[in-house]
Design a protein around this ligand. Structure first.
Ligand SMILES: [Zn+2]
Length: 587
């Protein structure tokens, strides 16, 4: 038996050594935004070879159908064309009954979606995210290979964490490695610093008003503060790709890099600048939490379909909690600013109507169809695993601190998960293993699943209070009175006022208002950009006529305002409480 298996292993390793898949990514004409991608396949003598374009980008949980940008795919061997046909929406099949040893597959892919999750080519630069433009060969994604980039000669700079082999030629250890390594090419400036001996680069793409000396100092501080949570840095090098834009924001994490979008003038506005440092902290923290400490479903990835997990709140909620905590620990936020942010997070969590219908597990699992595909009813139906996930990360931190008399905290849970799963078991964790890890770090059983399995209920605030008091943290709920509450959320376009959404808890919905209705007049007063002022003039509980326009037809609806209230908590932390100070890392 042993002899047989030895023979098979030897045979497999001999044949796999000869197989290779290499790429050439050519940007020949920046005006048409097409890349010509050639896949060089050697010694894969299967009767048919399947190539697939991922339908999504890990870290962004939505099917994006990148294959829709592909035109004209063809293959040849020994200068003879091979039949290429489509098998399904994102799979191309090469007919290789002739058992050719060397095949070239070539396709053209349109790259003009500006963003952090997509490949983009214009006259000045290219941002290549391989999941959105580079196909993989099915069954052979684990083969090491090379990718060559061809681009205009006046582009001087190429930034990526792929291993460089020669000018414009980079090596990847497998398709996952390539897929997870964005590439920026152009004439961007590169800033450099190091964190505990690990070289870091920042590709500064697009014009901006950055004071580079200050930014490098601040970003280094953010990174070092994140490092201090784990005391281990798993990267050989790390890259920030910063896209400076007119409008937009957000970021996407990778194992050894991240891509962030920020307003090009954010550096001169202190509030926006701190928010940007928070975004950098968030994406950087992901190099540990989610790229290495991860739920089972989040790697290795299935690029063909949704990858479901109940634990996106761990990946994103805990990371959101830390992006704020790191700003405090690094000295960019005062204690007051941090407490204010916590209060806002708690208020938004308990005031969200959809929080009564969706648990954190459900929010995580349905990210593909809800969080990433919001509509006018989302606030009534769903709650973000970023928002509530961050709040319950706070509760978990306090539970761990209280259970261990300040000896352990959420930092230690993350360190445990990193060591036990990423380093030792070399895999992600199941739901049960995650909850078990909480108990191991706490040294006792903490029943935390109410916060993740259950939607909000009437007792949610009281239950939060009961946990925070364990570390001496108190809060008082002083509800804000909402006089003449309509539950109608509006948006103004030019001089017009439209219904954006309607809260599920109000008469407005019963009275037949729809999202998209243009509100023309209330009680004979013409509505332009004055909706709030007019509502204040009305008598509570009295019925008024409202003229609206819907699909080009005028209608008269009834509106009654009522009085309501929403939660508003005030957190207090006693100066001398040892456990509270452990939480904020204040000595
Ligand atoms: Zn994130």
């Amino acid at each position: 038996m042993k002899i047989v298996s030895f023979f098979i292993l030897t045979f497999i390793s001999f044949t796999s050594m000869a197989q290779s898949i290499n790429y050439k990514f050519s940007i020949n004409n920046t005006n048409n935004h097409y890349a010509e991608v050639t896949v060089f396949i050697k010694n894969i003598k299967d009767n048919e070879i399947l190539l697939k374009m991922p339908v999504w980008t890990p870290g962004s949980y939505m099917i994006r159908e990148f294959e829709r940008n592909v035109i004209k795919a063809e293959a040849k061997a020994n200068d003879k064309a091979l039949d290429v046909s489509k098998v399904d929406k994102n799979t191309w099949k090469i007919d290789n009954k002739a058992k050719n040893e060397s095949i070239e597959f070539k396709y053209w892919v349109y790259c003009f979606e500006l963003g952090i999750r997509t490949t983009y080519i214009d006259n000045d630069r290219a941002f290549i995210l391989p999941t959105s433009s580079v196909m993989f060969v099915e069954k052979y994604g684990n083969i090491k290979g090379e990718i060559e980039f061809i681009y205009p000669p006046n582009w001087a700079q190429i930034s990526t964490t792929l291993e460089k082999k020669a000018a414009n030629i980079y090596v990847f250890s497998n398709y996952d490695d390539l897929a997870d390594s964005p590439i920026e090419i152009g004439n961007h400036k590169v800033l450099k610093f190091d964190v505990m001996g690990v070289p870091h680069e920042v590709a500064m793409v697009g014009r901006n008003n950055c004071d580079e000396t200050v930014f490098v100092k601040d970003l280094k501080k953010v990174c070092e503060t994140a490092y201090n949570v784990f005391s281990v840095h798993p990267c050989k090098s790390y890259l920030f790709i910063v896209h400076h834009v007119d409008e937009g924001g957000g970021g996407l994490e990778h194992a050894n890099s991240n891509v962030v979008q920020v307003n090009r003038f954010a550096y001169s506005n202190l509030q926006k600048y701190k928010a940007f440092l928070g975004l950098c902290a968030h994406e950087y923290f992901h190099l540990w939490n989610v790229k290495r400490i991860r739920p089972m479903a989040l790697g290795p990835f299935n690029y063909n379909q949704e990858n479901y997990t109940n634990l996106l709140w761990v990946a994103e909620g805990i990371t959101s909690y830390y992006d704020e905590l790191l700003l405090l620990r690094a000295g960019f936020w005062t204690k007051e600013e941090y407490i204010n942010a916590m209060q806002t997070n708690i208020n938004n969590t308990v005031n969200r109507i959809g929080g009564s219908f969706q648990s954190m597990h459900e929010s995580s699992f349905d990210a593909w169809i809800k969080e990433y595909r919001p509509n006018e009813n989302s606030s009534n139906a769903a709650i973000s695993y970023y928002l509530k996930g961050g709040v319950i990360a706070l509760l978990l931190d306090i539970e761990l601190i209280a259970a261990t008399d300040g000896k352990k905290s959420l930092d230690d849970l993350l360190k445990y998960l990193y060591q036990d799963f990423y380093i030792t078991k070399k895999r992600g964790f199941t739901d049960a293993e995650f909850y078990q890890a909480i108990n191991i770090v706490a040294g006792k059983t903490i029943d935390f699943q109410y916060w993740t399995n259950m939607p909000n209920d009437a007792n949610t605030l009281e239950k939060m209070k009961a946990i925070l008091i364990k570390a001496g943290i108190t809060f008082e709920n002083k509800p804000i009175k909402l006089v003449n509450y309509t539950g109608i959320n509006i948006e103004n376009k030019a001089e017009k006022t439209f219904v954006k959404s309607i809260n599920l808890d109000v008469l407005a919905m019963l009275n037949g208002f729809n999202a998209g209705d243009e509100i023309i007049a209330i009680d004979d007063i013409r509505i332009k950009n004055n909706f709030d002022e007019v509502i204040k003039l009305l008598q509570t509980e009295k019925e008024y006529n409202v003229i609206i326009s819907r699909a080009g037809l005028i209608k008269t609806l009834k509106l009654k305002c009522t009085n309501s209230e929403k939660a508003s908590v005030n957190i207090t932390i006693p100066e001398q409480n040892n456990l509270a100070n452990k939480w904020l890392k204040v000595d």
